[in-house]
Ligand binder design. Sequence first.
Ligand code: ARG
Length: 571
Amino acid sequence: MLNYKTHIAEKIAALLTGADEQEIFKLLEYPPNPEMGDLSLPCFRLSKALKRPPQAIADGLSQNLKDDIIDRTDSVSGYLNIFLSRGRFAESVITRIRNEGAKYGSQEIGKGKTVVIDYSSPNIAKPFHVAHLRSTVIGNALYQIFSFLGYKCVGINHLGDWGTQFGKLIVSYRLWGSAEEVQQGTIDELLRLYVKFHEEAEKDPALEDEARAWFVKMEQGDEEALALWRWFVEISMAEFQKIYRLLGVQFDSYAGESFYNDKMEPVIQELKQKNLLEEDEGAWLIRLDQYGMAPALMLKKDGSSLYHTRDVTAAIYRKKTYHFDKAIYVTDYAQNLHFKQWFKVVDLMGYEWAGDLEHVAFGRVSIEGMSLSTRKGNVVKLEDLLYRAINKTREIIEAKNPNMENKDEVARQVGVGAVIFNDLSGNRIKDIDFSWEDALNFEGETGPYVQFTYARTCSVIRKAGGDERISLVNHDDIDASHLQNVEAVGVLKQLILFTERVEQAMQKLEPSIVTRYLIDLAQAFNRFYHGCHILVDDPALRSARLALVECVQITLQSGLRLIGLEAPEKI
Ligand code: ARG
């Protein structure tokens, strides 16, 4: 039996004419209180479709639902409460996870389908800051989750490598910068120049016109302007790569905004042909009043393109190139209107795949109460943030476990993990205030806590004389009826939820569902670990408990990987 819930849904559907198995599966709940069973079916939700009173449905099922994994059923106020046979339940969970190993929790729902994920997408010549970190981390988790469910994923880093900001930077560089300073100071120097430009432009607005003029030069292919641009891009990219390496994140494509420079003209023509563009004082825009939105500006007066123009062009290009079934864009919610507008434009152009575009918005990030803004230079650089987390973790390790091998490596895995996990906890739409103390707390609901729990499973297995990577107990030696105490059942109930949680995370585009799940599983395991001695003398009990530890190890490892965390074996 693959999954007891599927199995029970199937059995129930067979007893109810007119009910659909999928529907039953969705309705089956895990009651919060063990007295209400291991699974519960709210029959009033079926009452309308089946044209029968809920109590009658529950009574009928209670009398007829028999199976060797069901111990008993109760019909209570319109609910059918199902109590599983402890031994059979334990066996089904343990067998399944041990057989499937690293594949446990994966599915083939996405087979033959492609998802394009646009994430991270920092702006060149500006530093990579915490909002980009959040996009990187959420996008990467979605990439892993969709892949785990059988989708082909294409990860795109839509670099902000074109636009007026380069005009500003060129002006600032020519006035206040030097080649040596940029070489030495790299991205920090670029930021200094960018901030300086804004300070000076407040006093002298003519600088803004100069910046626009330089950008127009870039668009017209002026060699001097382009050479500077290329140089700034190179410097920024080298910096971004350091961060991606630290995070362990990769992309399939780095086609940024500049990639679409020669692809926009045909799109503009198409918009004109379709009578969507309207001239307004020399600029070209698309009216969206009918849809309750401000117009989408497609071409400026000076003929230069905009963020909208590039996004529409990129979407058309991606559809042609990757034939996606879904295209996802991960940015903070400040861009909600931007995405709504241009999704509408694609729709108005008559592309039926406009409905496959989805904006995955997330909340703002502040650090210990401080908000971030690039223009004023008030940015917390992500690299500094990550190194601070690594160094703090290193201090904790030094204090707790000074003799540990490869301390640096573990400090990196745990420090970076803490930051990633923190960004993925809680619904993505919620604003986050990053707190050092909370993120690095080994006992709180944090990445280090889950990683530490994983290392604990490894340590138990090592103590039992095994190697973390190979299965310790022979399957025939496991008598799952030994896993009937409250703590063991608590772990089993969490383990079996993994598949569903991963699927929900994919459907809701919400990696925090996996993050939450990992905390729940880790907590259940720690209750088991503290409540039951695992390496007991009784060989049958020992094998059964070790098999459960292995299942937790497998599941924690997969779950951590899905959200982009590494799983060190020793902490
Ligand atoms: N570079 C943009 C920013 O930092 C994010 C780009 C998101 N992707 C997109 N296709 N618009 O705000």
